[in-house]
Design a protein around this ligand. Structure first.
Ligand SMILES: NC(=O)NCCC[C@H](N)C(=O)O
Length: 403
C-alpha cells in the first residue's frame, strides 16, 4: 500500500528514495513482432514472462530498501474509476484519423461501457482490428486492414516510466514525448496525475507546454539545479520552455542544457550519465571530456540569460555550489565501455547517496563503482533491457528525502 498522506516531492537524484512509479510490463509487450519492433523502439522481441519476473525482482529490491512502489497499471485503473477520467480515457484511445468516423464512433461507444480495468488494458496494450467489437454495417477501414493491425496502438515503452513524467520539487512535469510510438503515453500519465487521489492536488510543472521534453533527459543535480539533455528526444525548444517554466514557478534557479549525440545509444542524458552520490556521477568515459553545457538563469525582469557553452563538469559544479563534480573513474577500455554503455551500465538508479541499482551484466562498470565505495544492487535485465533502458529509465521517483 502506498502512503498517500505524504505529498510527493523530489529535489535530488540521490536523496533516500521513498516512493516510485514503476510499470510492470504487461500484454503490450506481447504485441511486439519482428515487423514492428523497430517502430515500437525495442531492439528485439522480449520473452514476456521472464521480463515480468525480472521486473518483479527489481520492484522487490526497491521494496526491500524501504521504497513504496506504485504500479502504473494500478494507478491508471484507480484513475479511470472516476467517470470524467473514463471519458477522457476513451477519447485518448480512439484515433478518428485512423479509424474513420463510423468505426471511431462504434469503438467510442463500446469503450464507454467497459470497466476501468478493460479500458486501462485497451490504453496500455492497444487493440487490433480483430479485437474490435462486432458492429452493424460495412466498414471499409475494417475490411482493408489486416485483423492483426492495430486499431489502437500498444504502448510497450510505458515500462520506461522515467521518460513520461518527472517530479521537480513538489510539481510534476508530464512529458511531451518525441517518438510517435510514445506520444500517447502523455495522455495516460495525464489521467493518472489528474485523477489518482494521491496526485489530485499536485501542481504541474511545464503545464500546457508542448515542445518535446523526456524525463530521461531531466536530471536534478541538486535542489534548484537541473541538467537537461538535448539530443534525439528533448529539443532545445523543450529545454528552454522547461527552464522558463521552472524559473517562473520558483522551483529552480539554474538549468543546464547539455547537448548529447543524436543516436539511439545516447537517446537520453541518463544513458551516458547518472548520479551515484550528491557530488558524484558515473559517466560513459567517452563523454567525460566532450560533454558541454549552456547555463540558463532567470533575470530580475522575468526573462532569462544564457551563458556558455562550458565543460559540463565545470558548469555543473559551479551551479551546484561545490568544488568538483566527481566522475567515478570506470577506466574501461573503449570497447568494453561502449558495450556496457549500450547495456545501460551508466543508467543507475540511486536509492540513497552511494547506493544504486544497476544491471548485473555490466560487470566491469559495477566492479569499478564498488571499488569507489558505491554499493551496487545488481538486477537481471536480459529481457527488460531489450527496450534499451536500465534501472533509471524504468523508474519515476515520486518521493525522495532531502539530503
Ligand atoms: N531514459 C531512457 O533512456 N529511457 C529508455 C527508453 C527506451 C525506449 N525503448 C525508447 O526508445 O524510448
Amino acid at each position: 500500500m502506498i502512503d498517500e498522506t505524504t505529498p510527493p516531492r523530489v529535489d535530488s537524484e540521490v536523496g533516500p528514495l521513498r516512493a516510485v512509479l514503476l510499470h510492470r510490463p504487461g500484454n503490450e509487450l506481447k504485441r511486439l513482432t519482428p515487423r514492428n519492433n523497430d517502430q515500437l523502439l525495442f531492439d528485439s522481441i522480449p520473452w514476456v514472462d521472464r521480463a515480468q519476473e525480472e521486473h518483479d525482482a527489481f520492484a522487490e529490491v526497491l521494496r526491500g530498501r524501504g521504497v513504496e512502489v506504485l504500479l502504473l497499471a494500478d494507478a491508471l485503473r484507480t484513475a479511470l474509476s472516476d467517470t470524467r477520467a473514463h471519458a477522457a480515457g476513451v477519447h485518448a484511445a480512439v484515433d478518428e484519423r485512423r479509424l474513420g468516423v463510423d468505426l471511431a464512433d462504434s469503438l467510442r461507444s463500446h469503450l464507454s461501457s467497459v470497466s476501468p480495468e478493460v479500458l486501462a488494458e485497451a490504453l496500455m496494450a492497444g487493440m487490433t482490428f480483430e479485437e474490435l467489437p462486432a458492429a452493424e454495417g460495412v466498414s471499409l477501414v475494417r475490411l482493408m486492414n489486416h485483423p492483426n493491425d492495430f486499431a489502437v496502438d500498444p504502448l510497450p515503452n510505458l515500462l520506461f516510466t522515467r521518460d513520461s513524467s518527472a517530479w521537480i520539487g513538489d510539481r510534476v512535469a508530464v512529458s511531451s514525448l518525441t517518438m510517435p510510438a510514445r506520444v500517447r503515453e502523455t495522455a495516460v500519465l495525464d489521467l493518472i496525475y489528474a485523477y489518482h487521489p494521491w496526485f489530485r492536488h499536485a501542481s504541474r510543472a511545464y503545464g500546457a507546454h508542448s515542445a518535446p521534453i523526456e524525463g530521461g533527459d531531466v536530471m536534478l543535480l541538486s535542489p534548484g539545479v537541473l541538467a537537461i539533455g538535448v539530443g534525439e528526444r528533448t529539443t532545445a525548444a523543450g529545454a528552454e520552455s522547461l527552464a522558463r517554466s521552472v524559473f517562473a514557478d520558483g522551483i529552480a534557479h539554474t538549468v543546464l542544457a547539455v547537448p548529447i549525440e543524436q543516436t539511439r545509444a545516447t537517446m537520453h542524458l541518463d544513458t551516458v550519465c547518472t548520479m551515484v552520490a550528491a557530488d558524484a556521477v558515473v559517466m560513459y568515459p567517452l563523454s567525460r571530456d566532450s560533454l558541454t553545457a549552456f547555463t540558463m538563469r532567470p533575470t530580475d525582469d522575468g526573462s532569462m540569460k544564457v551563458e556558455g557553452p562550458a565543460p559540463f563538469l565545470t558548469a555543473a559544479a559551479e551551479a551546484m555550489g561545490i568544488d568538483r563534480l566527481r566522475v567515478i573513474d570506470t577506466g574501461l577500455d573503449p570497447v568494453t565501455a561502449e558495450r556496457e554503455q549500450w547495456d545501460d551500465g551508466n543508467n543507475t538508479l540511486a536509492l540513497a547517496p552511494g547506493v544504486v541499482v544497476g544491471y548485473e551484466r555490466n560487470v566491469e562498470t559495477n566492479a569499478r563503482l564498488e571499488e569507489a565505495g558505491i554499493e551496487v544492487l545488481a538486477i537481471t535485465g536480459s529481457e527488460l533491457g531489450s527496450g534499451r533502458g536500465g534501472p533509471r529509465c524504468m523508474s519515476c521517483p515520486i518521493r525522495r528525502e532531502s539530503i
